[in-house]
Design a protein around this ligand. Structure first.
Ligand code: LLP
Length: 438
C-alpha cells in the first residue's frame, strides 16, 4: 500500500486535514476553492532525493521537467535543491529565467521550437538544446553562428521502446512525432550533418520512452538499443558520446495499490544497465542525465474542492450518487484524457457514518466531466464539505483550461504552518480582458 498523500498531510483533533501545518478549511476560506496545495518540504525532499540518487550513480545533471508544473516559486525550490530545469517552450524558459535560474542549468526541448525560442534560449546560454528534426539542426546552427556561440546539443532518438506503468513494448518502427528514428537511419544522418556544423557541439543522445513508468525494464531495453547505436556510430563515424539523457517518466502512486520503484533503486538499475551494455561493446560510459517531472511535483500536490450538490440517480444497476464539486475537467483533464484514476477523501471533517459509493464530477457542461469514476465517501456527505484529491501536483494546473469561462484555480505552497501564493487565482476580469468587447 503506497501513501498517496503529501508527506506532511495529517488530521488534527477535529478530524480536519492539514498539509504543511495549514488547516485546509483555513486555506479554503483564505484562497477559495478549487485550490491546488503544494507541500513545499515534500517537493524539496523529492528534488533532493533525485539529486542524491543521481550523484550516487555519477550522473551529470537532473533537470526538473517544467511541463509537469512551473511557476517561479517552483523553479526556485527545485533549483535550490540542486536540479536544473528542462523547458519545452519559450514560456517555460521565461519563467525559469525570471526565477533567476541561470541558462547553464537549463535544457531546451520541443519538437517545433520557433526561431525566436531558439534565439532566446541561446541568448540565455542554455546548457543543452535537444535537437528533434533536420530543420532544427540548421536553425540552431544558424542562430548560434549569428550570435557567435558554439551551442552544446543533444540529439533526441527514437529507439522503438515505449513504456507506461508496468508495461513496455519494443517495436521495430517508431510512429511518433518526436526525435530521429534509429532504425530508419534518420539518427545516423542527423549525426553526420551535425558533425559538419561548427556552431553546434554534439554532446550525446537523448531518449524519453514514456511516462508514469513503474520499473526499470523499459529503460534497460532502451539502454541496450542506444548503446548498440552509439557503438556502431563511434566505429563508423568516430563520434564521441559524452552524455546520455534518459528523459523522465518515473511513475508515482495515484492509488494506494500503485507501487512505483524508489528513485534510488531505479537510478541504480538504469545506471548498471548502461554500464553493463557499454562494457559489453567496449565503450566508455556516457554521463547520464534525467528529467523527472511528475515524480517531483505530483505527490506533494492536492486539489481542494467544495461539494455543491449530492444527487442520487437511478441507473440500470441501481442508484448512483453523483457528487458535484466546484471545479472539474478544467483543472484536471487527466481522467477525461487518459482515464487517469485518483484517490479522494473528505477533508474538512471526519465522519462515523458508513461510506457510500459515489462518482465525483465537475461543474462543466459535459457528461464526461468526471474526476473520479468510483470512490467511497461518507454517506452524510453534504454541500459545503471539502473534498481533497491526491497527487494532482503534476499535469493538472499546467494543463488547466478556461472551459465554460471558469477562471483557473490558485496554487499555494504550504510549509511550517504558513501558506504562500505560488500562482494567484485567475479572476473573471483576467479572462474578460482578452475579449476586446467590440
Ligand atoms: N522529458 C521529456 C522529453 C518529456 O517528454 C517528458 C514528458 C518528461 C521529461 C517528464 O516526464 P514525467 O517524469 O513527468 O513523466 N500530460 C501527461 C504526461 C505527458 C508527459 C510528456 N512528456 C500526463 O498528464 O500524464
Amino acid at each position: 500500500m503506497s501513501n498517496v498523500w503529501p508527506a506532511s498531510a495529517a488530521r488534527d483533533s477535529t478530524g480536519a486535514l492539514s498539509i504543511g501545518g495549514v488547516d485546509v478549511r483555513d486555506a479554503a476560506a483564505q484562497f477559495g476553492t478549487p485550490l491546488f496545495i503544494l507541500d513545499e518540504q515534500d517537493v524539496r525532499a523529492r528534488a533532493r532525493e533525485y539529486r542524491i540518487a543521481a550523484t550516487q550513480v555519477g550522473a551529470r545533471q537532473v533537470y526538473y521537467a517544467a511541463k509537469a508544473f512551473l511557476a517561479t516559486g517552483i523553479a526556485r525550490w527545485v533549483h535550490e535543491e540542486g536540479l536544473g530545469i528542462d523547458v519545452a517552450s519559450g514560456g517555460e524558459l521565461a519563467v525559469a529565467l525570471r526565477a533567476g535560474v541561470p541558462g547553464s542549468d537549463l535544457l531546451l526541448h520541443g519538437n517545433n521550437k520557433s526561431i525566436h525560442e531558439i534565439e532566446e534560449a541561446i541568448g540565455a546560454g542554455v546548457s543543452r538544446i535537444v535537437l528533434d528534426s533536420f530543420e532544427e539542426i540548421v536553425r540552431v546552427a544558424d542562430v548560434a553562428s549569428r550570435l557567435g556561440i558554439v551551442q552544446p546539443v543533444l540529439v533526441r532518438v527514437t529507439i522503438g521502446v515505449e513504456a507506461h506503468t508496468h508495461e513496455f513494448i519494443a517495436t521495430a518502427h517508431e510512429d511518433q512525432k518526436f526525435g530521429f528514428s534509429v532504425s530508419a537511419g534518420a539518427a545516423q544522418e542527423a549525426l553526420r550533418r551535425i558533425a559538419m556544423l561548427p556552431s553546434i557541439e554534439f554532446r550525446g543522445l537523448h531518449s524519453h520512452i514514456g511516462s508514469q513508468i513503474f520499473d526499470a525494464l523499459g529503460f534497460e531495453e532502451a539502454a541496450v538499443r542506444i548503446v548498440g547505436f552509439m557503438s556502431h556510430m563511434s566505429k563508423e563515424l568516430g563520434i564521441e558520446f559524452a552524455e546520455l539523457d534518459l528523459g523522465g517518466g518515473m511513475g508515482i502512486a495515484y492509488l494506494e495499490s500503485d507501487d512505483p520503484l524508489a528513485i534510488g533503486q531505479l537510478a541504480a538499475q538504469i545506471a548498471d544497465a548502461v554500464a553493463r551494455d557499454c562494457a559489453a561493446v567496449g565503450m566508455p560510459v556516457p554521463a547520464l542525465a534525467f528529467e523527472p517531472g511528475r515524480a517531483i511535483i505530483g505527490p506533494p500536490g492536492v486539489t481542494l474542492y467544495e461539494v455543491g450538490t449530492v444527487k442520487a440517480v437511478q441507473t440500470v444497476d441501481g442508484l448512483r450518487t453523483y457528487v458535484s464539486v466546484d471545479g472539474g475537467m478544467s483543472d484536471n483533464i487527466r481522467p477525461a484524457l487518459y482515464d487517469a484514476e485518483y484517490t479522494v477523501a473528505l477533508a474538512s471533517r471526519t465522519s462515523e457514518v458508513e461510506p457510500m459509493l459515489v462518482r465525483v464530477v465537475g461543474k462543466h457542461c459535459e457528461s464526461g466531466d468526471i474526476l473520479i469514476r468510483e470512490a467511497y465517501l461518507p454517506a452524510d456527505l453534504a454541500p459545503g464539505d471539502l473534498l481533497v484529491v491526491a497527487a494532482t501536483g503534476a499535469y493538472c494546473r499546467s494543463m488547466a483550461s478556461n472551459y465554460n469561462y471558469l477562471p483557473r484555480p490558485a496554487v499555494i505552497g504550504v510549509n511550517a504552518g504558513h501558506a504562500s501564493v505560488i500562482l494567484r487565482r485567475e479572476t473573471l476580469n483576467d479572462v474578460l480582458a482578452l475579449d476586446p468587447g467590440a
